[in-house]
Design a protein around this ligand. Structure first.
Ligand code: MLT
Length: 386
């Protein structure tokens, strides 16, 4: 199998590929792609390509629908870099509460001042701040990162509130009981001193923080954005910062707008840039790719349903990526039954317009099966795994 890395991927992950894999520089011959931030929207997707794994959470750099239409399964690595992003979010809150940046700058500027120790005692009043303990923090989105931020802020003595209509059981179980859930973001806007956003960039979330939502917030609110820049309407944010409606904006995405806004602290997309996060993401991405290429199982896909049948116990495994439309399963099974072939296991799952079926069959006479299945209306891609 040939793997193409569009960005540097941590070597501890690549080492997990094993002997049956080779790294290729040539995207056109790749069976799978590993990617971090490279934008794939204008890329030609080669016919050989079976899977794309993003070593990270956000997938807005990948054409998910176009991949799904070609039967290319796209994975991400949810949670693998969550601790790195959580730690930077907490640091951001402290950077916003205290003028640590200004203080460091003052020390640098006074490096040749022999009286720096004495002068510092006078200068420090210019960099005084507030404490985060006892302040209200609102978390928009309680996925892997949001929950870690909630728990850490709670342990730092903040009064933590969260909103997530899609909260999973797993994340709910991992969250401190001291975190108060609210039903709408508006409730967070009305009462919180700090707001942090941890949702994916989708059509429905783009520009979700804007003039209208700022007007519902407390004066001087501090907003943290370690998710994606375009979740915020930047023209509206600039105005809100200039008027003091928003006291400070801490954002991990430099662009010509964010770097020119008043009262804004910008970092260069450092959220997941830790050795640990990069290693965790690379290992998870490689594991997902291997599981899919070798067993046909899907875990942590964002454009196909998760579908796991373990290791194939029979002579052959057939996997089918197809449209989520009626009569697909009956057509698949009748193809095997007409030849008297027993289906030992069958798993079928769907996600939106797409579905995926794994069939473990008691025969190794699979010649021609792929062609027959592929000829069926609604079938996108067939693989004979073994
Ligand atoms: C993510 O999407 O996981 C983060 O933005 C980090 C990254 O892209 O490297």
């Amino acid at each position: 199998m040939k793997i193409n890395c569009l960005n540097p991927i941590a070597s501890c992950g690549l080492e997990m590929l094993g002997d049956n894999y080779e790294i290729t520089e040539n995207t056109a011959e790749a069976d799978a792609i590993l990617v971090r931030s490279a934008v794939m929207h204008d890329m030609e997707l080669p016919d050989s390509l079976l899977a794309v794994a993003r070593a990270g959470a956000g997938v807005n750099n990948i054409p998910l629908e176009a991949c799904a239409e070609k039967g290319i399964v796209v994975f991400n690595t949810p949670g693998a870099n969550a601790n790195g992003v959580k730690e930077l979010t907490i640091a951001a809150m402290l950077l916003a509460a205290r003028d640590i940046g200004g203080g460091i700058q003052w020390c640098r500027e006074n490096k040749d001042n022999a009286n720096i120790a004495k002068d510092a005692e006078k200068a420090k009043k210019n960099y005084a701040g507030t404490e985060i303990k006892g302040k209200k923090l609102g978390i928009i989105g309680l996925g892997a990162i949001g929950v870690l931020v909630a728990n850490a802020a709670n342990r730092l003595g903040m009064d933590v509130y969260g909103c997530d209509p899609y909260l999973s059981v797993e994340h709910a179980l991992n969250m401190s009981r001291d975190v108060t859930m609210v039903k709408t973001n508006d409730e967070l806007f009305e009462m919180c001193d700090y707001l942090t956003v941890h949702v994916p960039l989708l059509d429905s979330t783009k520009g979700m923080l804007n003039k209208e939502t700022f007007s519902k917030m407390k004066d001087g609110v501090i907003i943290l954005n370690f998710s994606r820049d375009t979740l915020v309407n930047e023209a509206d944010m600039k105005e809100a910062l200039a008027s003091g409606k928003v006291g400070k904006y801490v954002v991990d995405f430099p662009n010509p707008n964010t770097v020119n806004m008043p009262n804004t602290i910008v970092t260069p997309h450092l959220g997941a840039s830790t050795q640990e996060s990069e290693d965790n993401c690379a290992k998870m991405a490689v594991h997902e790719i291997r599981e899919f290429l070798e067993n046909g199982n899907i875990k942590n896909s964002v454009n196909y349903p998760n579908c796991d049948a373990g290791v194939c116990p029979t002579e052959s495994r057939v996997t089918i990526a197809h449209k989520n439309v009626p009569n697909m399963l009956s057509r698949f099974t009748s193809l095997f039954s007409k030849d008297g072939i027993n289906i030992e296991n069958m798993v079928n799952k769907s996600l939106g317009n797409f579905a995926y079926t794994i069939l473990d069959i008691c025969s190794d006479e699979v010649d021609g099966v792929a062609e027959e299945l592929e000829a069926m209306d609604g079938v996108i891609r067939v693989r004979i795994i073994k």
